[in-house]
Design a protein around this ligand. Structure first.
Ligand SMILES: Cc1cc2nc3c(=O)[nH]c(=O)nc-3n(C[C@H](O)[C@H](O)[C@H](O)COP(=O)(O)OP(=O)(O)OC[C@H]3O[C@@H](n4cnc5c(N)ncnc54)[C@H](O)[C@@H]3O)c2cc1C
Length: 326
């Protein structure tokens, strides 16, 4: 690891003010420390958010909505009754207990891909500035890659929290060089381009201060769930994940939101699955059709064909779990 200067600002504005060339933002550090050790990043200054205080780390009501500080840990989120069950489920299944105690909401969304080729500097990587994505080459290790939008880079987005935040129409509050602004969750994501490691539209001087979720109350007919499929039960990322929010009215799905994780360079909203659900009572056949619709535009690689079936299963399970929460 290259030596760096450690800065510990005490508010978000001050953090944004010291970011920029040669600086790297660190929250829990689970991803950042790996990248520093792997020398994927070699900053001169590391800006730690550890001293930002309780507003940055807590979950609270904000009128009808819920406000989550970007520094809230996955453990805090998993334990919060204020959050939709889908988000709690995603948080409590991620990684290990030790990691959930460190890893934060902001870091989880902005963590870089876990693609082994990105992490190992001895391989070329489009995100690190090379011309090609080695995952697309014959004989590459492809099993954890994506099945949608996999050109020019086939990585899969690693965040377990992202799909549930998508279904809650999260709005990110961001402080940057030009002041603060809001970014709708769906607008946070950037498709891969040569030389950009980040999967978001955030500038290097941007800091997410907090995230606000739209209400998903059961009293208003909302039923939510998160499902994921893993190779092993712990200490690993999901192979695929799915979060759903369904608003039920008169026994039918009046409104549906379906988001997928670990299937593309960014989280994916499945409007095709949503259309297959809307206006119908949710039974086994409708759930299966929504799963089929979700993979209608999949373009799997040889090594990721199995993920097409996993997505169908994850979507069906998430829908049945949510609907069963009447
Ligand atoms: C063994 C293992 C298993 C794991 N399993 C899972 C899993 O199942 N699901 C899952 O989702 N993740 C998993 N992870 C990844 C882990 O959850 C993430 O690395 C962690 O959530 C990152 O959070 P952090 O606070 O440590 O971020 P950091 O490492 O501090 O930062 C990560 C990135 O986010 C940026 N960042 C951090 N905070 C902000 C902010 N407020 N505003 C703007 N940018 C910010 C940083 O600059 C950096 O680029 C696993 C990790 C390990 C090691």
């Amino acid at each position: 690891m290259k030596a760096f200067e450690l800065l510990r600002p005490t508010n978000v504005e001050a953090a944004a003010g010291v970011l920029g060339d040669g600086a790297l933002l660190k929250a829990g550090g689970v991803d950042v420390l790996d990248r520093l050790k792997e020398r994927v990043d070699e900053p001169d200054r590391v800006v730690s958010l550890v001293d930002l205080g309780a507003d940055h780390t807590s979950v609270a009501r904000d009128g009808d909505a819920i406000r989550i500080g970007a520094g809230a840990t996955l453990a805090t989120m998993a334990a919060s009754d204020l959050l939709p069950a889908s988000l709690r489920e995603a948080a409590e299944q991620a990684a290990s207990r030790q990691i959930r105690n460190l890893a934060t909401l902001g870091g989880n969304l902005c963590q870089h891909t876990r693609c082994g080729y990105y992490r190992l500097k001895s391989f070329p990587c489009l995100k690190r500035g090379d011309d090609t994505c080695p995952v697309l080459a014959d004989g590459a290790v492809q099993e954890t890659a994506g099945i949608f939008g996999n050109r020019p880079c086939a990585c899969a987005h690693p965040s377990s929290l992202a799909p549930a935040l998508g279904t809650a129409e999260a709005v990110l509050h961001v402080v940057g060089a030009d002041g603060s602004r809001e970014i709708a969750f769906a607008d946070l994501w950037a498709q891969p381009v040569k030389g950009r490691a980040s999967d978001t539209v955030l500038a290097p001087t941007d800091v997410i201060s907090h995230v606000v979720l739209a209400p998903r109350d059961a009293a208003a007919g909302w039923r939510v769930a998160h499902e994921e499929i893993r190779q092993k039960a712990a200490f690993d990322w999901p192979l695929v994940s799915c979060a759903v929010a369904l608003r039920a009215a008169q026994g039918k799905v009046a409104q549906a939101s379906v988001w997928l994780g670990a299937v593309a360079p960014t989280p994916v909203r499945s409007t095709a699955a949503e259309a297959a659900l809307t206006g119908k009572p949710l039974d086994e056949a409708v759930a299966a059709k929504a799963g089929e619709a979700a993979v209608g535009e999949a373009t799997p690689l040889d090594g990721t064909r199995y993920k097409v079936q996993l997505v169908k299963v994850a979507v069906r399970r998430a829908l049945e779990k949510a609907w069963g929460r009447a």
